[in-house]
Write a protein that binds this ligand. Structure first.
Ligand code: GTP
Ligand code: MG
Ligand code: ZN
Length: 310
């Protein structure tokens, strides 16, 4: 038996970096289940696993060691299928484009809420600012101001044209999950950070202003080839929706920092801020709570309600 780190997940095989520095393609037993988690991938990039070589030469993952954390999503809001994006990470870098393609604030907030739920710090990187119109630049400033005021670090770049040397320090010494819609430039940013073409990128569809799902599997890249401790970035396939998971209705508000803050003043501790008497949140919507954030909050609440009554 050997131990290793999952650095690549194609679905059929899993790339595991062994302690001796070798990467081996491993298989996963169909019955490998992790206690309490239903997901389409029992093993995710970032997992620490035990592996065993069989007499026929194939290597199998025999167990997944306990995770420090993980980020999980549902493929569509109401689907039962869930997918672990990555495990044992230090931060999420959410890549967002205001246009080409459009990233919705609901998407941003759902991902941020999920990161919050699993206690993973998140930052927002606005990309493709070279493409923005004057009006969109204004919109960018407002969004940055909004998220900074809530306490999220934001950055605005053009991964394709900027010298992103400065950005590197955001990633050093940490394991970062790079996530976002398809076509926002995750792989482009990765290649820019590493100064070489490590992974495929592709134009977005002109007809649909959407990404083409160019990256089809998750892979971890090390900032310093020799030392794992130098930091790592996990490039992931672009995701469309971001369905949240395992949240109780009363908990959703805890994952929106500014809503949680105000909710201390609500009369009832289980207030959902949907018209209950003595609610301290609702009167603040449009004042100290952005309507877009409250909409995102309601959208998650709505999913849970629909699920409950289905
Ligand atoms: N104008 C402009 N184009 C960019 C920028 N960053 C990336 N692109 C382009 O956007 C397209 C999509 O980039 P990718 O890096 O493949 O996007 P991705 O997020 O990895 O997409 P998936 O792998 O499908 O999830 C490519 O044609 C890139 O050249 C940018 O800063 N400015
Ligand atoms: Mg990609
Ligand atoms: Zn309330």
């Amino acid at each position: 038996m050997d131990k290793g780190l999952v650095i690549k997940s194609t679905g059929s095989t899993i790339g595991v970096l062994r302690s001796d520095g070798q990467t081996v393609d491993c298989h996963v037993k169909g019955n490998l289940r992790i206690a309490g988690i239903r997901s389409t991938n029992p093993v995710a990039v970032g997992d620490q696993v035990t592996i065993e070589q069989q007499p026929d030469g194939t290597t199998w993952i025999t167990s997944v060691l306990p995770r420090r954390n993980y980020i999980i999503r549902r493929s569509t809001n109401l689907s039962k299928q869930s997918h672990i994006l990555a495990a044992n990470i230090d931060q999420v870098a959410l890549l967002v484009t205001l246009n080409h393609p459009v990233t919705s604030t609901t998407f941003i907030d759902r991902l941020l809420a999920t990161a919050e739920a699993y206690s993973v710090p998140a930052m927002i990187i606005f990309n493709k600012i070279d493409l923005l119109t004057a009006e969109e630049h204004e919109q960018l400033s407002e969004l940055r101001e909004l998220y900074e005021s809530i306490g999220y670090h934001t950055i605005a770049i053009s991964a394709k044209y900027d010298d992103i040397e400065d950005l590197k320090h955001e990633f050093i010494g940490k394991t970062t999950l790079l996530s976002g819609n398809s076509g926002v430039g995750k792989s482009t940013l990765l290649n820019a950070i590493f100064g070489q073409t490590l992974t495929r990128t592709a134009d977005i569809s002109h007809a649909h202003n959407k990404g083409m799902h160019t990256t089809t599997f998750s892979e971890m890249y090390f900032l310093e080839q020799s030392a794992v401790s130098g930091g790592a970035i996990i490039d992931t396939p672009g995701v469309k929706g971001f369905g949240t998971l395992d949240m109780q209705r009363e908990e959703v508000g805890h994952y929106f920092r500014e809503i949680f803050d105000r909710s201390r003043g609500c009369r009832y501790s289980n207030c959902l801020h949907c018209g209950e008497p003595g609610c301290a949140v609702l009167p603040e919507v449009g004042v100290s709570i952005a309507p877009s954030r409250f909409d995102s909050y309601l959208s998650i609440l709505n999913d849970i309600n629909e699920e409950k009554y289905r």
